[in-house]
Ligand binder design. Structure first.
Ligand SMILES: Cc1cc2nc3c(=O)[nH]c(=O)nc-3n(C[C@H](O)[C@H](O)[C@H](O)COP(=O)(O)OP(=O)(O)OC[C@H]3O[C@@H](n4cnc5c(N)ncnc54)[C@H](O)[C@@H]3O)c2cc1C
Length: 249
């Protein structure tokens, strides 16, 4: 049955920088509903003259956290909504939201197959919800994240990802691979190029034939990664994709 979600007024409880261009916002929701990792909220802005515009933002937090959600937003220089969220909003402000939305790009900890998560830039956000959900639920399915960023300073959630990896020392099956495509710090041990066939083979093959794949980010990265995975033998019906293009209406 198709569910109709009402708009509600969320309060901004907290705003914190993740990188120079990216901030996370904690929204307190009067009509909170448990989400599935990978879902998003729509945010609607209304100007004084009645002009309205809305955009989608993935939920970054785990569904186990009741009453509130985190979203993580990259500031697009000439963007209408992301600049408002970054430059105007302060804690205590109220904002119109609708969600959780989406039933396709979702992962639940009860799914026990090996998991491959591939992100480009802010495409990490819904995958982070999956990683946080997996940790909160104590899931042990082999899971690898391959995360492409331009520079080290652009990596979102770096410290939290390192903590999650270190906490279990690999025993809970979480592996994290970064690739930095533009510049790398001295003694960088990760990949240093765009995601390609050799990289995908190295990361995907240890996960076996039943691997479930979620890819999120800019359209070109998503399509290239999905096509290459199919080429190296991952069945296309095990690959789910989400593209973060413009969504204005
Ligand atoms: C399901 C879904 C989930 C999303 N989740 C997130 C999220 O978690 N975090 C996040 O930061 N964004 C996310 N997005 C993208 C977000 O919805 C907006 O498109 C983005 O914030 C830009 O909106 P804007 O109003 O600032 O820019 P706009 O005014 O819409 O666009 C301004 C200019 O920037 C270009 N542009 C628009 N979007 C992007 C983009 N993503 N990257 C580069 N250039 C762009 C446009 O082509 C235009 O030239 C998601 C999109 C979808 C469809």
């Amino acid at each position: 049955m198709k569910q109709t979600l009402d708009w509600q007024i969320a309060s901004i409880r907290d705003i914190r920088p993740e990188t120079v261009k990216v901030k996370s916002f904690t929204l307190t929701l009067p009509a909170w509903m448990r989400h599935r990792a990978g879902q998003h909220y729509d945010i609607r802005l209304t100007a004084e003259d009645g002009y309205q515009t809305q955009r989608s933002y993935s939920i970054a937090s785990e569904p186990e956290r009741a009453g509130e959600v985190d979203i993580t937003v990259e500031r697009i220089n000439d963007g209408e909504v992301s600049t408002y969220l970054h430059d105007v909003l302060i804690p205590g402000d109220r904002i119109e939201v609708r969600g959780p939305i989406g039933g396709y790009f979702v992962w639940e900890a009860m799914m026990t197959e090996p998991l491959l998560l591939i992100a480009g830039g802010s495409g990490i956000v819904p995958l982070m919800s999956m990683i946080r959900h997996r940790a909160a639920a104590g899931a042990k399915n082999p899971t690898s994240l391959l995360y492409s960023s331009r520079n080290f300073e652009d990596v979102i959630y770096y410290n939290e990802l390192e903590k999650l990896r270190a906490a279990n020392n690999g025993a809970d099956g979480l592996q994290i691979f970064h690739t930095l495509t533009r510049s790398q710090p001295p003694e960088w041990m990760g990949y240093a190029r765009r995601i390609d066939q050799d990289m995908l083979r190295e990361v995907a093959q240890p996960l076996g034939k039943k691997v479930k794949v979620y890819i999120c980010g800019p359209t070109l990265l998503v399509e290239a990664a999905a096509n290459t995975l199919v080429k190296i033998g991952v069945p296309s019906n095990q690959i789910k994709t989400e593209r973060f293009g413009p969504t204005g209406g």
